[in-house]
Design a protein around this ligand. Sequence first.
Ligand SMILES: [Fe+2]
Ligand SMILES: [Fe+2]
Length: 231
Amino acid sequence: MKTSRRIFIAGTASVVTSALALPISTLPAQKKTAPKKAAKEEPEEVSTNEDLMREHGVLNRVLLIYDEAIRRIQGNEKFDPAVIIKSAGLIKSFIEDYHEKLEEDHIFPRFEQSGKLVELTVNLRAQHAMGRRVTERIAATAKSGDMQTLNSSLAAFNRMYRPHEAREDTVLFPALHSLVSKHEYDAMGEEFERIERKTFGGDGFDMAVDQVTELEKQFGIYDIAQFTPAK
Ligand SMILES: [Fe+2]
Ligand SMILES: [Fe+2]
């Protein structure tokens, strides 16, 4: 598992822009309580929508890191910009180059070809394209120290992605069941698993969760109890 994790991390660095390619490889792997099954031998059975929606969970956790960075910029609090640069790198490698590519290649075309929710997919595609531009700007400004542009870029990213993923989760993905047979739906899930293993050399989701967990710890927002109101 450790080897495959390193392969994923190295792959992450190679696909990101130089601004994003910081030493994410220094992140220690999260300790597991029980050893995971080797993905190659016994792939987890994850349905198409579960797969996409739990990837949104990783995206959401990065949005929380971005929220906290916005709060610190606005409160004139210091923070390590490397966490934001690494977060942008994870968005690029796991969300933009993988999750959104799955949507663009396998989900949106089924709606476009059947003439259903076409206007929604046009907007979702446009948001993917804009998201990539904003991610580059986030990484570049975190690196250069232009805190004002970083602040507005992080805010723009979060403002767009919350409705984006919520619409996919509640409208687009549920509607997939009306477009494809049970057999095709199951086959899509298996195909997604194959693509995931090929892209990341193992369970890309587990690796992404480990990375975002480590980034939350570095940023001091991992302890979930801190989000519970005192009364
Ligand atoms: Fe999307
Ligand atoms: Fe998505």
